[in-house]
Design a protein around this ligand. Structure first.
Ligand SMILES: [Zn+2]
Length: 166
């Protein structure tokens, strides 16, 4: 995936994006309430389409609908022409994960919070490797910034890395 991490271009994309490993909690229940089959992956095209168009959301129970709407408002609210395929939803979700990390949460707690907030989950091991990759990506960027003599950027990256490693 492309995009930015703390405003730093990702230098060496590694492994599958974490957003491909975010799943809908109670997926079968949700599908049956919606009377349609949606993919289990929260960021799969068909799921995003359903959320973006909001088809059938009135069929959901209140608690579920609130979380689905929160997800839509927080991650699918950009004005891009190709929304929801513009990459913003994934970028914003990654930002959300990094913010939870910056608050000092570990992988298990991060999963608990995303389930509370948006009724989605991931495997803690996947979150852990995402955080590890984040640190490695920032290390690579740090090295580049130093070579290029971009002091301000270097400081920015070091700061971001410290927050991730906390
Ligand atoms: Zn967008």
């Amino acid at each position: 995936m492309t995009g930015t991490l703390f405003g730093v271009r990702r230098v060496a994309p590694t492994s599958v994006a974490i957003t491909d490993k975010i799943y809908i909690k109670n997926h079968r229940q949700l599908s049956s309430q919606l009377e349609t089959n949606i993919p289990k992956g929260a960021f799969k095209g068909a799921t995003l389409d359903m959320l973006f168009q909001g088809d059938g959301l009135e069929k959901l129970d209140d608690a579920t609908r609130d979380r689905v709407l929160d997800f839509t408002q927080d991650f699918l609210d950009c004005d891009c022409d190709n929304n929801p395929y513009c990459g913003c939803p994934e970028r914003k979700f990654i930002q959300y994960l990094l913010e939870l990390r910056a608050q000092g949460l570990g992988p298990d707690a991060i999963v608990d919070v995303m389930t509370d907030d948006y009724m989605v989950y991931a495997y803690p091991g996947d979150v852990l490797s995402f955080l590890d990759n984040g640190v490695r990506t920032l290390e690579a960027a740090e090295g580049l910034a130093r070579v290029e003599g971009a002091d301000e950027k270097y400081e920015q990256i070091r700061q971001a890395k410290r927050e991730l490693e906390r």
